[in-house]
Design a protein around this ligand. Sequence first.
Ligand code: SAH
Ligand code: SF4
Ligand code: F3S
Length: 465
Amino acid sequence: MTDTRRLYVKSYGCQMNVYDSHRMADAMAREGFAEVQAPEDADLLILNTCHIREKAAEKVYSELGRVRLLKRKAEAEGRRMLVAVAGCVAQAEGEEILRRAPVVDLVVGPQSIHRLPALVARAAGGEAVVDTEFPPEDKFDHLAAPSRQATRVRGVAAFVTVQEGCDKFCTFCVVPYTRGNEVSRPMEKIVEEAERLADAGVREITLIGQNVNAYHGIDREGRSASLADLLWRLADIDGVERLRYTTSHPRDMTDELIAAHRELGKLMPYLHLPVQAGSDRVLAAMNRQHGRDEYLAIIERVRAARPDIALTSDFIVGFPGETDEDFADTLDIVARAGFATAYSFKYSPRPGTPAAAMEQVPEAAKRERLAQLQALIEQQWQAFNTACVGRSFDVLFEKPGKYDGQIAGRSPYLQQVQVTAPAEMIGEIARVEIVRAGANSLFGELASPAARRSGIAAAVAMEGA
Ligand code: SAH
Ligand code: SF4
Ligand code: F3S
């Protein structure tokens, strides 16, 4: 009989939730819990939920219906299964979850996950536990560091949360309510975490935050540090070969951050910069605090700094009051910007947000606009990928590929690239010549040494351009 217990965590929503799920697993590892892939085996099952769009809460309740059956089965086998709901639905719904789903033993909000071990202990004692406080202490100071082994299992590319919460209050969005005020972690804490990751074999780090470019931490001397400062500092760490950051807000795209895209070799040529809509009227009603021309001017400056940058964005169609003309402006801004890809969503009224009380666009119009926008985005994605054929660039290999003998990695532009190469190359960066663009990934061949040299020459020429 061993006393290792089993933990199953399912993550929904954004990368911050993925990060939090890892931190919860790390905290519970110290308590003797090992992560498993099968929910039915779990002694502790955590749903880390997202509230960003409609029916998120409803989806959680129907998932909890399935969990109830698993819990019953465990009980029939004489095992106890504790069920926890974490994340943004936990924050928004709180005790309501216990009322509607008695299968749940524990509700924990995103800012309280560092208290998870104590909360689980209380729940195991039979208490129904809800913790959705925004505690005054910083959760990051109390979170367990990942073990080397956990880091290895999670792969060579890792996320690090550097900033959390949001003070911008776009009228459609729940994040300021579920994650609270904007808070930045001190630079040295992030550096320590990145050093540990690099030491365990991580080669690529993506800095994450709801408004990551609003990062304003402090450096070792207590001076204020921006995201650009942080990126430069992290680039000094041996072993960290690639840096990315997401998600950015156009308002916080500073000159020094744009300059980093020109000057900092480890910063990948990729920028996710959501604009949401192309009409000034809609942007104002959304409280985005910038207009369409400002957005277009920002991406022009970014492209001047890094001509090959892959730009991506998010869009909402059918925001309250959006007319056909407004939507035409959205199609127009997409056509002008030329994105590598973009994510688009139908506007979904969120309880408690200002836009939920405004006059709504009929569902049929939302559906039609979404289809039109997605067709245009799909064209741009195909064009971007096709333009990569015949080019060579560095790929960080992350995992076995789709077919035997292949491995898969990421291009600098974040595309998936499949290559026939030995599995030992996973974790390495190698130059690859792209030979074909598929529907979802690129296919390439390891470049010959000569091609590698000319590829490097081309890259140097481009950087000098
Ligand atoms: N902080 C980021 C966005 C975080 S939410 C920013 O300001 O751009 C991720 C995406 O979800 C948003 O960019 C938006 O496109 C979408 N989204 C957020 N709330 C939504 C809602 N109520 N309905 C539809 N899409 C929404
Ligand atoms: Fe939500 Fe707007 Fe904040 Fe982004 S900037 S998280 S969309 S409120
Ligand atoms: Fe969803 Fe919360 Fe992230 S609502 S998108 S999990 S911040």
